[in-house]
Design a protein around this ligand. Structure first.
Ligand SMILES: C[S@@+](CC[C@H](N)C(=O)[O-])C[C@H]1O[C@@H](n2cnc3c(N)ncnc32)[C@H](O)[C@@H]1O
Length: 263
């Protein structure tokens, strides 16, 4: 058995300490610190379910808010009603968006396309509206309307409850008019919408004002501005609130911007 000299022992100990420190630093750098895209909640804790809930909701809660039932295609006449301009001032909404020719718009939850049609003429001739909905019947009605009106720059997209099925990084402005509160998987939908945005693009929520008891809409179909900001402001969504425009009779217009990647 060989006996090590004191200097050799000291040198080997020093090497062991250096290697151990390096391993510790690496484990913090690669695993212990939360990654930029890590979610702030665990998936199984994201949604909760309650038996005692609003009959107009689905009994599923996200960040303490009950998710509403999806409006079925039988509700189309309500979307198309003559009084809508007077009640919701859709023309003022379109004005507030400041759309420009050439823009790529995503109308998510487009329904029968009332809002898509108003936006399509603003971005024509080179821009287009990607009209996303989960109900084929809504998209069929939208296609029929475009054929009748001779509109060629609206593209129907059949989405999924967890994904808008949009191309990555291409959208200049995404809008949800009376839609977000119906998403069965709001977290996943917003991640998908954020992925579809080009950096600096705008994501617009038009929701009936929960704060205003005089707005004649069922409770789970309304949203408070603070709740929208809380849900959309999760860091992993990379969407920053920029402004809320309150010029409509019943609804908030709440606008977020897709953050530019950090260099
Ligand atoms: C109340 S309607 C609003 C339609 C349209 N935005 C308008 O203002 O005329 C809501 C629409 O959102 C759609 N929707 C609900 N969840 C969706 C999802 N995850 N992805 C896409 N569309 C969805 C419904 O199918 C329905 O057509």
């Amino acid at each position: 058995m060989s006996v090590l000299q004191p200097k050799v022992v000291r040198d080997r100990l020093f090497t062991v300490i250096i290697v151990a420190s390096l391993v510790g630093w690496l484990s913090h750098a690669s695993g212990d610190e939360p990654a930029a895209t890590e979610t702030t909640e665990k998936p199984d804790e994201r949604y909760t379910f309650r038996d005692d809930h609003d009959p107009n909701g689905i009994g599923k809660f996200y960040m303490e808010r009950e998710i509403a039932h999806v409006m079925g295609f039988a509700g189309m006449p309500w979307l198309e009603r003559d009084e809508r301009e007077e009640e919701e001032a859709t023309s003022k909404l379109i004005e507030a968006l400041k759309l420009k020719p050439g823009m790529v718009i995503a109308d998510i939850g487009a329904g029968s396309g009332v809002i898509s049609v108003l936006m399509a003429e603003k971005v024509a001739p080179k821009g287009e509206v990607l009209a996303v909905d989960v109900q084929q019947e809504m998209l069929d009605a939208l296609k029929a309307k475009c054929n009748k009106l001779g509109i060629t720059n609206i593209r129907p997209v059949l989405g999924k409850p967890k994904s808008p099925k949009l191309p990555a990084g291409k959208v200049d402005l995404a809008i949800m008019v009376d839609v977000y509160h119906e998403f069965e998987f709001p977290y996943e939908m917003i991640q998908g919408i954020s992925d579809a945005m080009r950096p600096g693009g705008q994501v617009v929520f038009v929701e009936y004002r929960m704060e205003d008891a005089s707005v004649p809409i069922k409770r789970v179909h309304k949203m408070a501005e603070a709740q929208v900001k809380r849900e959309i402001g999760l860091p992993e969504h990379q969407l920053k609130w920029t402004k809320t425009i309150d010029v409509l009779p019943w609804q908030h217009i709440i606008i977020f911007e897709k953050q530019k990647p950090k260099s």
